[in-house]
Design a protein around this ligand. Structure first.
Ligand code: ADP
Ligand code: MG
Length: 550
C-alpha cells in the first residue's frame, strides 16, 4: 500500500485541497499500518489526525519494558519523547509531556504492539495539494519514525533507566502509607525550578541548594532499583513549614504538589513523592459554587444563606477556599496542601485582638486553625501548611519544619514551647452530592464541543471553565482529559441511578485502571493525557451550568 499511497499523493499534486479527504482509511505499509483518521478541510485548519499501529514482532519491545502498568507508561513516555525528537522539522506532530510522566493517548503499548496518534499539517500551495511534500512526510519520514521507535534502534540503556526511575518513584509513593508519611523528599533532590515559567530544574553551578533532611525527620526507604535512599519523611497529621520570606517554603510545597506525579530522570524531583490523594487548596475569589456544604467553616452569612447547602456565582476569597476544601474531601482527598501565599487570611487565622473587636455572631468564619486538628483526629485528613506570617498554628502542629537558606530543620520542640492551648471547633464532613447529569452537557449547537485554551480554560459545550487555579493540572493534555472524563461521567451513565459524585468518580477510576487513558477517548481523535479524579471533580465543580440534584 505504501507504493500506492506514494503514487496517489504524486497524482494529487496541484489538485484542490479537498481531495486529501479521499485518503481517509487504512494503508498497509508491511511493517506497520497507517490509518488516516481525519483530514483537515483547508491548510489553515487544525492538523489532520493519523494513527500508526506497529505490531509487537516489529516493535520488538521486551516484555520487561511493558508488562507492568508502571513500566508500560514509562516506556510509552520514553518513546513519545524520542518520537518528538525524531520529528523535529517534520509536519508530523506528536504530543509529549513536560517534566511529568503521565499516561497519554499519543503513544500506547498494547500487548507489546505500539499505537501512535499523530497530527500532520497536510501540505498545500495555497489551496492546492502539495503532493511531493505529503509523500515525503507520509512515505519517508513516517517509516523512518517507525524504525527509530523499534527496540533495536533505541538507546535501550536509557529506556530501561527511564522506566527504572519511574518505577522507583511509584514504589516510593506506595510505601508512604505504611511508613505513616504523607510525603518523602530524598536527600540531594533539586526542588527549585529555572524560572516562574520553566519547570526545568534550576541550573548554574552551585546555584541550587540540594535538599538535605533534618536528622530527626530522616527516613530510609528501600527502592527496587536504587536500593536504600534517605530523605525527609513528612509525617501524617499537621505539618507546618515556617521560615523567613524567600527561604524556599513555597518551593518545597510546590514540589510536594507535583509529587503526586512521577518525574523524568534529571528533573531533580524524581524521589519526591506525595500521597496520590494530596490536593492543593487555595482561595479563588469569583468562582462559582453549587450546593456545597461549607458549614464547618462558615456559620451564618449576612445574607442568611444556608451554609450547609451553599451556592454562589461569585464566591469570596474565604468561601471559595472553604468550598475547595469541602469538594476535595468529597472527591476523596485525605491530604491537604496549603500555602499562605494563596489563601484567604481571614479563613486561616484570627488573632486575639481581632476576636475582641469582632466577636460572636458578627464573625461567621471558623478559622482553619480551629479545624485542622479535628480534621485529622476525627477524619484522618492530614494537612501540610506553609505559614511564615503567624505563630497561631504552633498550637496545633504535630511537626514544624523550618527552612533557613533552603535548608530544613526540625523545630517542632521549639514551636511547642511557644504554643498555647486551643479549643478545637467541630468539623463535619460534607455530605456526598448527586449531580444532575443533564447539567453536564458537552454539546453546543448540536455538536460536541471540547476545547482547551493554553493551561487556562476548558471549553465544555457552551461553558468556558477557568482552570487556572488548579495547581495540580500540570499538562495541557490533562485539561482535554478532564473534559473527556466529564463527558464520560455524564454521557456514560456513571452519574446515573442516584450515584453520588464520589461514586461516579470511583466508577471512572475503575475504567481507567483497566483501560488506561484511552478509556476516556471513545472516538476522540485529538491529544489528551490522564487527569486525576481530584482535578476532574474540581473542574466539574467550576462548570457554571452544573446542577446538584441533592
Ligand atoms: P518563600 O516561599 O519561603 O518566600 P520561595 O520558595 O518562593 O520562598 O523561594 C524563593 C526563591 O528561592 C525562589 O526564586 C526559588 O526559586 C529560590 N529557591 C528555592 N529553593 C531553593 C534552593 N533549594 N536552592 C536555590 N534556590 C532556591
Ligand atoms: Mg512563599
Amino acid at each position: 500500500d505504501d507504493a500506492r499511497l506514494s503514487a496517489e499523493l504524486r497524482d494529487m499534486s496541484g489538485a484542490s485541497y479537498g481531495r486529501y479527504k479521499s485518503l481517509q482509511g487504512d494503508w498497509d505499509f508491511g511493517d506497520f499500518t497507517l490509518t488516516i483518521d481525519k483530514v483537515q478541510s483547508d491548510p489553515f485548519a487544525p492538523p489532520s489526525r493519523v494513527s500508526v499501529l506497529i505490531p509487537a514482532d516489529v516493535a520488538e519491545l521486551p516484555e520487561s519494558a511493558w508488562r507492568s502498568p508502571v513500566r508500560r507508561r514509562a516506556t510509552a513516555d520514553f518513546l513519545a519523547r524520542r518520537a518528538f525528537r525524531v520529528l523535529k522539522g517534520s509536519r508530523l506532530r506528536i504530543d509529549v509531556g513536560g517534566q511529568e510522566v503521565i499516561d497519554r493517548a499519543s503513544v500506547q503499548i498494547e500487548e507489546g504492539a505500539l499505537r501512535l496518534r499523530l497530527g500532520i499539517e497536510m501540505p498545500g500551495h495555497g489551496r492546492r495539494i502539495d503532493g511531493r511534500t505529503a509523500e515525503h512526510e507520509l512515505c519517508e519520514r513516517l517509516p523512518d519514525l517507525v524504525d527509530a521507535l523499534c527496540w533495536p534502534e533505541l538507546d535501550t540503556r536509557a529506556a530501561v533507566a527511564f522506566a527504572d526511575t519511574v518505577e522507583d518513584t511509584a514504589a516510593l509513593r506506595d510505601q508512604l502509607p505504611g511508613l505513616g508519611l504523607v510525603a518523602f523528599v530524598a536527600d540531594g533532590s533539586v526542588l527549585p525550578r529555572r524560572s516562574g515559567v520553566s519547570d526545568l530544574p534550576m541550573d548554574g553551578e552551585g546555584k541550587a541548594v540540594p535538599f538535605t533532611a533534618p536528622e530527626t525527620l530522616r527516613v530510609t526507604v528501600d527502592l527496587p532499583h536504587r536500593g536504600e535512599v534517605q530523605g525527609m519523611g513528612v509525617p501524617e497529621g499537621i505539618t507546618l513549614i515556617v521560615g523567613g520570606g524567600f527561604h524556599g517554603k513555597s518551593t518545597l510545597l510546590h514540589a510536594l504538589e507535583r509529587g503526586v506525579y512521577d518525574h523524568v530522570p534529571g528533573d531533580g524531583r524524581e524521589l519526591v513523592a506525595t500521597r496520590p490523594d494530596a490536593v492543593k487548596i487555595r482561595a479563588e475569589e469569583g468562582r462559582r459554587v453549587e450546593r456545597t456544604d461549607v458549614g464547618s467553616f462558615v456559620r451564618n452569612l449576612p445574607t442568611g444563606a444556608d451554609t450547609g447547602d451553599f451556592s454562589t456565582d461569585n464566591a469570596s476569597g474565604s468561601t471559595s477556599q472553604a468550598a475547595n476544601v469541602s469538594e476535595a474531601l468529597e472527591a476523596g482527598s485525605a491530604t491537604l496542601l496549603v500555602d499562605e501565599d494563596t489563601t484567604a487570611t481571614n479563613l486561616m487565622i484570627r488573632d486575639a485582638r481581632m476576636q475582641k473587636l469582632v466577636h460572636g455572631d458578627r464573625e461567621p468564619l471558623t478559622p482553619f486553625v480551629d479545624l485542622v486538628r479535628p480534621l485529622h483526629r476525627h477524619h484522618g485528613v492530614s494537612t501540610v501548611l506553609v505559614m511564615g506570617g503567624s505563630g497561631d498554628y504552633f498550637d496545633v502542629a504535630d511537626t514544624v519544619i523550618m527552612l533557613d537558606g533552603y535548608r530544613p530543620s526540625d523545630v517542632t520542640e521549639r514551636a511547642r514551647r511557644l504554643a498555647a492551648e486551643r479549643v478545637d471547633a467541630d468539623f463535619t464532613l460534607p455530605a456526598h452530592r448527586v449531580v444532575d447529569a443533564r447539567s453536564v452537557n458537552a454539546t453546543a449547537r448540536g455538536r460536541a464541543r471540547l476545547k482547551r485554551r493554553d493551561m487556562d480554560v476548558l471549553t465544555f459545550g457552551e461553558n468556558d471553565i477557568d482552570v487556572r487555579s488548579l495547581a495540580q493540572l500540570v499538562d495541557p493534555g490533562q485539561i482535554t482529559g478532564v473534559g473527556l472524563a466529564m463527558r464520560l461521567l455524564a454521557e456514560g451513565g456513571l452519574l446515573d441511578g442516584g450515584r453520588t459524585l464520589s461514586e461516579g468518580l470511583d466508577a471512572l477510576d475503575e475504567r481507567l485502571a483497566t483501560g488506561g487513558v484511552t478509556a476516556l477517548g471513545r472516538g476522540y481523535l485529538g491529544d489528551y493525557a490522564l487527569p486525576r479524579r481530584f482535578e476532574i471533580a474540581a473542574t466539574l465543580n467550576r462548570l457554571r451550568s452544573l446542577r446538584i440534584a441533592r
